[in-house]
Design a protein around this ligand. Structure first.
Ligand SMILES: C[S@@+](CC[C@H](N)C(=O)[O-])C[C@H]1O[C@@H](n2cnc3c(N)ncnc32)[C@H](O)[C@@H]1O
Length: 178
């Protein structure tokens, strides 16, 4: 079972920062990879660098949404404010993913998404029916999917680790960072 985020609508000159944040949220909240429809090597470089220092096996890929859907085996969930409330379907999706061991592809847009996404996706789900952001929709969806447990996720082979403290910063640095 693996969880991938398909980020459509990315335009390198305009969306660099927000797509980087989408990738960081995907990694931090338990996805295994992100596919971005437009090549942007700068994002890959910065996310690869985060993974090297902060651990885990998160990966960044580039492919069109048609390529992504064609090769994907599992269930796809498109997050859209026009969809069915996600809280009505989340238990069903959890069963498919965790009990049936199915791969999951979470599709999020930037501006208007191509019409066929609504047909190609197995589920079109809303995180409230108000317009907001792909980052908040993705975060809430992943958090509910994992029932909040991803918050405690430990990342393997991390060179950096934060020791939470009341004030200031406390970071443990691994051998290879010295
Ligand atoms: C800035 S919004 C674009 C909204 C746009 N009007 C549309 O046609 O979907 C960018 C992305 O955020 C996500 N998003 C925004 N609001 C959402 C909501 N209420 N529920 C689920 N996803 C949402 C969707 O994935 C959307 O493609």
């Amino acid at each position: 079972m693996s969880i991938t985020v398909l980020r459509i609508g990315h335009r390198p000159e305009r969306d660099h920062r927000i797509t980087t944040h989408v990738a960081l949220v995907s990694r931090a909240f338990g996805a295994d990879s992100i596919s971005i429809w437009e090549k942007d090597e700068k994002i890959k470089k910065s996310i690869d660098s985060v993974c090297k220092r902060w651990g885990g096996n998160f990966s960044v890929h580039f492919e069109t949404y048609k390529q992504a859907f064609k090769k994907f085996e599992g269930i796809s969930v498109h997050l859209t404010m026009y969809g069915i409330p996600f809280e009505n379907k989340i238990e069903e999706i959890k069963d498919i993913v965790f009990k049936n061991n199915s791969n999951l592809m979470i599709v999020i847009g930037a501006e208007k998404v191509p019409k066929d996404i609504y047909e190609m996706s197995d589920y079109n789900l809303s995180v409230t029916n108000q317009p907001h952001s792909e980052i908040s929709a993705l975060t809430l969806f992943l958090d509910r999917l994992y029932s909040g447990k991803e918050i405690k996720k430990e990342f393997k082979n991390a060179k950096l680790k934060i020791i939470p403290c009341e004030k200031g910063k406390n970071i443990i640095t691994g051998e290879s960072e010295k």
